[in-house]
Design a protein around this ligand. Sequence first.
Ligand code: 13P
Ligand code: SF4
Length: 303
Amino acid sequence: MTKEEMIKEIERLKKEKNAIILAHYYQNGEIQDIADYLGDSYNLSVIAKNSDAKIIVFCGVLFMGETAKILSPEKKVLMPHKYLPCYMANLINAKALKKYKEENPDRVIISYVNTYADVKALSDCTVTSSNALKILEHYKDKKILYCPDKNLGNYASKEYGYDIDLWDGCCQIHDRLTVDDVKKAKSEHPNALFCVHPEAPYELTQMADYAGSTKGIIEYCTKSDKDEFIIGTEMGILHELEKRNPNKKFYLLSKGLLCKSMKLISLEDVYKCLLNEEYEVTIDKDTMDKARVALDKMLELSK
Ligand code: 13P
Ligand code: SF4
């Protein structure tokens, strides 16, 4: 089958099965191009919840597919690969979080959406990079555990001085970025504005013209009247940035900004996923129900 034929088949199967394709901005360009909805982890979860499709094909990492399933348990949520890990989500597990809760019963547990369902099930509320500051503000008078991203947690605690205990986790891809990377990029592109994802170390957010989610970065660059930007997040975002802003220039802060897990999905995988209706996301009902409480709390507080 040629690429064009495969895209036609994907379209046909979508209609026949009442399916939609959601893709994160870190996906390969050809996957972003066939998606019905493209977004950051927050707005993809809202789209999944509100959609009336019967099948959701989620092109992203496993925690994203799980989030869609938890919010829409009546839908069939499929992922084109059986297991696409997020390295950060793998740095916390339910056993360790349970132990922490026993030792710190007075702390509210706020977990990043980059966690698996069993960790969400032990949390009071989840957050994403696009609503973390707003949600943490709601808990400002409480003692908080923010897990597992120490960088985003550190950003919020330093910005506002909240009492936040940090889990020792991070996204290895963003955490590797350094102040020297920024200085070098700024000297090479003196007129460029600098945008960074808050999963990067705190010092970088302080050097940035804008720090926020993938969707936030795209909107900031698109609205700006400047035409050069240094981008401190995963390289997949360049596809949408360049598509929306053909006359602007985007420079990736570091060549290492590649999330391998996000790049494993191909057009053929999406086609087979729709054709064979695999791999279905399944989570036991009890875990799903508990995790939904934390996700619903996030949706309520983000309004
Ligand atoms: P966004 O919420 O900005 O989409 O980020 C998700 C993510 O995994 C960043 O590494
Ligand atoms: Fe997880 Fe980092 Fe990949 Fe985002 S970029 S999905 S945080 S490993």
